[in-house]
Ligand binder design. Structure first.
Ligand code: PBE
Length: 267
């Protein structure tokens, strides 16, 4: 009988996502840090391509290793596991932070207060992401706001309404951030703001808030995923702390694969 070698079967390739993602950088780092991954390929394309490859592999019960993260619906749809990462290349449990441009507190104290208070749970974010599979993110966000008026009231309590003040929220192009940005948009619009959402790569997102081109972002994954971008601009923006706790990135495989740790992959 032939012994199966997962590394050989997947052609020493990790299926990645967009080149500009923090996760992509971390995956490149893993290929340098883990000696057993020396010379491996990291295929970068898009989240959609990664999800298609993952779905196809699972349909055929074939092995695959993807660059993955949570919250994400793939964990609800499929039986998946994170590979252990003894070198800590992908960090541990992360939070998603809210950052704002310098001067926002003085210029738009009402928005600043709401953004400072805005905090929710992974289950909330997941429910918006799930609903958005069937409708626009803005509609899914509106639905969440309608169903969570008590939480929203805590964020807006005592905040004066404004009359059409423009505010630009900068986000990154993943469902997690589409969800949080659209919820913030709905809440700020209830308060009278005119909200623009601008999706860009993580590096541009930090740059936009640091230079004041954008007003605020709910998109930084910290401390690992976007730590390098954060440090590059540290001091040029204000960090309002976490808007969500319990995010994670790493190498993800279907649970039927007989492997538990990155370290155990055959070189
Ligand atoms: N992600 C989702 C992004 C942040 C949100 C993990 C794919 C990234 O790696 O930059």
């Amino acid at each position: 009988e032939q012994t199966t070698n997962i590394s050989e079967e997947i052609d020493y390739t990790i299926t990645g996502i967009e080149p500009g993602a923090g996760l992509t950088q971390a995956t490149d780092n893993a290929l340098t840090e883990y000696e057993n991954l020396a010379g491996w390929e990291h295929e970068k394309a898009s989240t959609a391509a990664m999800l298609t490859a993952l779905g196809d592999a699972i349909d055929n019960e074939e092995p695959i290793i993807v660059a993955g993260w949570s919250p994400h619906y793939k964990f609800a749809k499929y039986d998946l596991k994170y590979l252990e990462d003894p070198k800590g290349v992908f960090g541990e449990v992360e939070h998603i932070a809210t950052i704002v441009r310098k001067g926002l507190k003085e210029d738009m104290p009402e928005a600043y207060t709401i953004l400072d208070r805005l905090q929710w749970e992974p289950a909330d974010m997941e429910s918006v992401m799930l609903a958005a599979q069937e409708m626009e993110f803005e509609e899914a966000a509106q639905q969440w706001v309608d169903e969570n008026q008590d939480t929203v009231a805590e964020w807006t309590e005592g905040v004066e309404p404004v009359d059409g003040t423009s505010i630009e929220l900068v986000l990154t192009p993943w469902d997690t951030e589409r969800s949080s940005a659209n919820v913030a948009k709905v809440v700020l619009e209830q308060q009278g703001f005119d909200v623009t959402l601008t999706p860009v790569d993580p590096s541009i997102m930090f740059e936009a808030i640091a230079t004041g081109d954008g007003d605020a972002s709910l998109a930084p994954w910290m401390p690992a995923t976007h730590g390098a971008f954060y440090e590059e601009h540290e001091g040029d923006f204000e960090d309002l702390g976490e808007n969500l706790v319990g995010a994670r990135i790493g190498l993800v495989v279907p649970s039927y694969m007989d492997i538990d740790s990155i370290e155990d992959l055959e070189p």
